[in-house]
Design a protein around this ligand. Structure first.
Ligand code: DQA
Length: 140
């Protein structure tokens, strides 16, 4: 099973960015733990702050992965293009968010991705990613 985690804008700042919301762990450290936990799964990680790069990565993933865990970050709430990219690929995409976006500002309540996602995991901190991977493994 090959799973790609894609993180959108500002998620390269995890650990430093608003730690009261997103925690104090870097994604790189967390990713190392994920690889240890899911030893039999081929996990890859990609982050970009650029909308078009995220879109292109989703297209590429369609050829080479079984599923994507996508945190579109702020583009979740703004990008028709990112939503269309999720719709355009045939592998399943699970949308995740670290924070509970529904408990935050109104503009975070809408997602252009959710309609095309296999499912949505929101508000469990970095554990949201674990839960998404576990779902993919359950379906094997
Ligand atoms: C986020 C929630 C988004 O609203 C925000 O713009 C982010 C992170 C989360 O994981 O909680 O950058 O996707």
């Amino acid at each position: 099973m090959k799973i790609l985690i894609i993180n959108g804008p500002n998620l390269n700042m995890l650990g430093k960015r608003e730690p009261e919301i997103y925690g104090s762990e870097t994604f790189e450290d967390y990713f190392t733990q994920l690889q240890f936990k899911f030893k039999d799964t081929e996990l890859s990680y990609y982050q970009s702050n650029i909308e078009g790069e995220l879109i292109s990565k989703l297209h590429e993933a369609n050829e080479s992965f079984n599923g994507v865990v996508l945190n579109g970050a702020a583009y979740t709430h703004t990008s028709v293009g990112l939503g269309d990219a999720v719709a355009s690929i045939s592998i399943p995409v699970i949308e995740v968010h670290i924070s509970n976006t529904f408990a935050r500002e109104e503009f975070r309540h809408h997602s252009y991705l959710s309609k095309y996602a296999k499912g949505i995991i929101v508000g469990f901190g970095l554990k949201s990613y674990d839960l998404a991977i576990e779902n993919f493994l359950m379906e094997q």
